[in-house]
Design a binder for this molecule. Structure first.
Ligand code: NAD
Length: 376
């Protein structure tokens, strides 16, 4: 590859606006085509963002100037679409999760390997300045030796805004598979691969009702645990406890707190690219009332250039050109999926489940990484 990399997009739905907004501003990328089974959707998005070609999926797959294809379809067809991209001789960046089963996801990675092509997997939020700055702080010992993490994602559920929310409570979705990729990816960046998990799950109610739009009032079944309490044990030491719930009127989400021997670091919501990072140090002496308790809380300056969805693809494009591994690898995405499926199995069996996959390495984004710089 010489010069900006040619990129195509398959799937012109909800999230495609964020990708198109960002990818069309990165000088190392040229977005050349948008495709969708609903061709008018692809044409409308191409027109909105000044992309030259649009239509069905083949408009993207047959384009000789496209080297990387972004898969923004729904999870149930992620692997089918990614395999078609590999068969067309192009690298894949896919939205999360990599697939819905271990078998199909493993098969995709094997096909990509055999073809000498790369797979990159969202979320790339965790490659943003927020999680990556915290990761550097932890690596240089700012909280001592990391011991344990707590993460929280709880609210009352997406039917308050979504006009057709039943699929979000069906098998393959729920708070764990939809939101878990953000939290598990952030934890794997800090602690490394997961060794085993335990979980308990419950259903707040066996059915729910659509709250907005034309279907408002319609009842639909809840097929998955809508609340999960999860324990995770990491191969290299460290533990985490997480809550994923759509049964809670109190909204607490985006919470990731990591405690080490010397302090607790609070990192930004892993579904965002950046935000405030603080470290709370242990109290050094006992405060006796009415003396005010002043815990030492220090801000950690966020390093790096803030952008948005698409930055993982950009890292992959630059890594291909440089002949080095990219950060959000297919193996990483597979390990996250394997962990999430293991959590589901643990909740069903009410026991610990060993996570079979592992990772040889977890990459990092350099603080000097600038999406808006021309490097190719
Ligand atoms: N919406 C969000 O806020 C959001 C945020 C982060 C990640 N994601 C992820 O992005 C992906 C897409 O989500 P979305 O909300 O944009 O969904 P969506 O339903 O709005 O869009 C999906 C698009 O893919 C198209 N499509 C479906 N099957 C196809 C196929 N076989 N070939 C070609 N096109 C096909 C659909 O016609 C549709 O236009 C999901 O994996 C989701 O987890 C979404």
């Amino acid at each position: 590859m010489a010069g900006p990399v040619g990129v195509g997009i398959i799937g012109a739905g909800n999230i495609s606006d964020q990708y198109l907004t960002n990818l069309t501003t990165f000088p190392d990328v040229r977005v050349l085509a948008v495709g969708d089974v609903i061709e008018e959707r692809a044409r409308a998005q191409a027109e909105k963002y000044g992309v030259p070609r649009a239509g069905g999926v083949d408009v993207v797959l047959d384009d000789p100037e496209i080297d990387i294809v972004v898969n923004l379809t729904i999870p149930a067809v992620h692997v089918e679409v990614s395999e078609a991209i590999i068969a067309a001789g192009k690298h894949v960046w896919t939205e999360k999760p990599i697939g819905v089963s271990r078998e199909e996801s493993r098969r995709l990675l094997e096909k990509a390997d055999a073809a000498g092509l790369r797979v990159g997997v969202a979320p790339d939020t965790v490659l943003g300045p927020g999680v990556q700055t915290a990761k550097r702080a932890i690596a240089r010992g700012d909280i001592g030796r990391p011991l344990f993490a707590q993460t929280t994602f709880q609210w009352s559920g997406p039917e308050i805004f979504h006009p057709n929310p039943a699929f979000l409570y069906a098998k393959g979705a729920g708070p764990l598979l939809d939101m878990g990729p953000y939290y598990v990816s952030a934890l794997v960046h800090v602690f490394g691969p997961v060794a085993s998990v335990a979980a308990l799950g419950l259903q707040g109610t066996p059915t729910r009702r659509v709250q907005v739009g034309e279907l408002a009032g319609q009842e639909f079944p809840v097929e998955i645990p809508s609340t999960l309490s999860v324990l995770m044990d990491f191969e290299g030491g460290g533990q985490a406890q997480s809550v994923y719930s759509t049964d809670s009127p109190v909204i607490r989400q985006g919470i990731v707190e990591i405690t080490g021997t010397e302090g607790t670091i609070v990192i930004p919501d892993p579904n965002t690219f950046g935000g405030a990072i603080t470290i709370t140090r242990p109290l050094r002496r006992l405060f006796i009332p009415p003396e005010p308790v002043e815990q030492e809380v220090v801000d950690v300056a966020q390093e790096g250039v803030l952008s948005g969805r698409g930055v993982g693809l950009l890292d992959m494009a630059r890594s291909i050109a440089a002949g080095r591994p990219h950060v959000a690898t297919g193996e990483f995405g597979f390990h996250v999926l394997d962990t999430l499926l293991s959590i589901e199995e643990a909740a069903e069996s009410r026991s610990f489940v060993t996570v079979e996959s592992t990772l040889d390495q977890v990459g990092a984004i350099d603080a000097a990484f600038d999406p808006f710089e021309r490097t190719l």
